[in-house]
Design a protein around this ligand. Structure first.
Ligand code: PBG
Length: 335
């Protein structure tokens, strides 16, 4: 407080004056949240004409390719700049190496082609990790019970290239293998895909808040063990800065912190230290907590949805992945 001592004290100073009217509150607002800050995660599945609700995430669904244009059209109409695709892979397509990840006709690649043709200006973000495709649910290749790093990198790099070739313009590696940004960047460059962006899940924590997402993908039952040998320990903060530094050196265009609300301190440190485009993922568990409280009448959606997103802007985020994106965009429009 000493730095503010020469700015005066009460009663000359009354901070409530600037809060007294809407017009002053608007003028002195330090941060703004707009539709331009939102990224909507979308679960896609095979089949026709069905939108399957996700039990653990009321209001979210798994959408088939046949329904995709209609579904994603909501984001385009709402003015949301980008969506992130997450595939629900049929059990018979999963194997130990996650080979479906590198199939140029897999669900994500098909979806990318459809969406690019319908909405050329919409940003498409593709997840790079093997967990939707492995029968053990891990993000990399499993050998003798260990998720092996360097062998996984080769597969992840191929996964990235085929997604980019299908029209994904930003690859978001969420696997947390060491060296993946460099591996992806050189594979993309070698394929002539130099303008494809990398948004790294740089500081991704081994979190319990991903539970509902794994239900949505159907990987919660398949996951053997946990992801603590590659995702970060929630106890650590300095280590997040090292992760971000390495990813930037390897060629990341944007970095992300995940989960969001329990890790606002990490977002703030990352932004203050590196001054690069920093994103947050308000993950499934955060969505489900807030949604459940709203649905029970315990929290007011008119207040908490935008407040929860503004917190990320205040912490320093350029943008936020949120399952509330559509709802938030509609609320922002209504004012
Ligand atoms: C997997 C991945 C996860 C999420 C995004 N990509 C889950 C995990 O690491 O197990 C979580 C998203 C969410 O919870 O909303 N590579």
């Amino acid at each position: 407080m000493t730095q503010f001592a020469n700015l005066g004290t009460y009663p000359a100073v009354r901070l409530r004056r600037n809060r007294a009217d809407d017009w002053t509150r608007r003028l002195v607002a330090e941060n703004t949240l707009t539709t331009d800050d939102l990224i909507w995660p979308v679960f896609i599945k095979e089949g026709f004409g069905t939108r399957e609700p996700v039990d653990a995430m009321p209001g979210q669904c798994r959408v088939s390719l046949a329904e995709l244009v209609d579904h994603v059209g909501r984001a385009v109409d709402a003015g949301i700049p980008a969506i992130a695709l997450f595939p629900v892979t049929a059990a018979e397509r999963k194997d130990r190496e996650g080979s479906e990840a590198t199939n140029p006709h897999n669900l994500v690649c098909q979806a990318a082609r459809i969406l690019k043709a319908s909405f050329p200006a919409l940003g498409l973000i593709g997840d790079v990790a093997l967990d939707p495709y492995t029968d053990h649910g891990h993000d990399g290749v499993l050998r003798n019970g260990l998720v092996v790093n360097d062998e996984s990198l080769e597969i992840l790099a191929r996964q990235a290239v085929i997604q980019a070739q299908a029209g994904i313009d930003t690859l978001a590696p969420s696997d947390m293998m060491d060296g993946r940004i460099g591996a992806l960047r050189s594979a993309l460059d070698a394929a002539g895909l130099t303008n494809v962006r990398l948004m790294s899940y740089a500081a991704k924590y081994a979190s319990g808040f991903y539970g509902p997402f794994r239900d949505a993908l159907g990987s919660s039952g398949t996951l053997k063990g946990d992801k603590r040998t590659y995702q970060m320990d929630p106890a650590n903060s300095d280590e997040a800065l090292r992760e971000v530094a390495l990813d930037l050196q390897e060629g990341a265009d944007m970095v992300m912190v995940k989960p969001g609300m329990p890790y606002l301190d990490i977002i703030q440190r990352v932004k203050a230290t590196f001054a690069v485009p920093t994103f947050a993922y308000q993950v499934s568990g955060e969505y489900s907590m807030i949604r459940a409280a709203i649905d029970n009448g315990w929290l007011d959606p008119d207040k908490v949805i935008l407040e929860s997103l503004m917190a990320f802007k205040r912490a320093g985020c350029s943008g936020i992945f949120s399952y509330f994106a559509i709802e938030a965009a509609e609320r922002l429009k209504r004012g």
